[in-house]
Design a binder for this molecule. Sequence first.
Ligand SMILES: Nc1ncnc2c1ncn2[C@@H]1O[C@H](COP(=O)(O)OP(=O)(O)OP(=O)(O)O)[C@@H](O)[C@H]1O
Length: 254
Amino acid sequence: MSLPFLEVAALEVSFGAGAQAVRAVRGVSFAVQRGESFGLVGESGSGKSTILRALVGLNPASGGSMRVDGVELGMTRDKALRRRMQMVFQDPYGSLHPRQTVDSQLSEALRIQSLADGERRIRTILDQVGLGPRFRFRYPHQLSGGQRQRVAIARALIVEPEILLLDEPTSALDVSVQAEVLNLLMALRQERNLTYIFVSHDLSVIATMCGRLAVMQSGAIVEELSASQLRDRHTTTDYARTLLAASEGYRPQG
Ligand SMILES: Nc1ncnc2c1ncn2[C@@H]1O[C@H](COP(=O)(O)OP(=O)(O)OP(=O)(O)O)[C@@H](O)[C@H]1O
């Protein structure tokens, strides 16, 4: 059995101190192989985003460990380690700089990683996310929601990461646009052999996009399932059953 590509073990993340402390992530462990897509689902406030933010170093871990390819993710990450893992947020309008063109935002990502050959990289990535050159000098307000999310995906991918952390990447989009962006993400994962950690409250999205998933409640993982177990409703906890029943977007398959 090969070593997992991404391994989270007994992760703890707390906010605040003393009696006011919030233990947002409580002893979470999971392992993901290279090229796999792993889902995190759970009610609002269950700690899904906090795990992603801990992985990229935005939320410091208060216990446990995180490893990529056997390398421990400590408090400080060098440039090479930061390049390996990129995040895509729910709201592309909030995550893109409103006064910078698509070109400047992509150039900035390249500059941070000191990557040369910017012209070629920008043209290629805009094609790969289905935008093409005519969007290159537009500002975020001149783009639709779906186009903005494609720019956010391009900005994450232009530095050629191995792992994408996707935090509800389509939940701010119209349903028809959602499907297009999900198809794009699926194709990009295959083409680039990317590993995804995919957070969503929509179980139908998770069942389509992920091979395995963890169900979270109050900062802890209460159940791990394969996508086919999810589709067949083979859940073992009441909480996962309730979540499944409550998931508006969920449509039983087959
Ligand atoms: N910076 C912070 N300071 C204090 N508490 C925080 C902070 N970030 C998150 N929390 C708390 O940590 C808990 C987990 O939040 P988190 O955003 O990870 O949940 P989530 O499962 O991603 O929820 P949602 O689906 O609504 O995004 C919540 O109780 C939240 O209020």
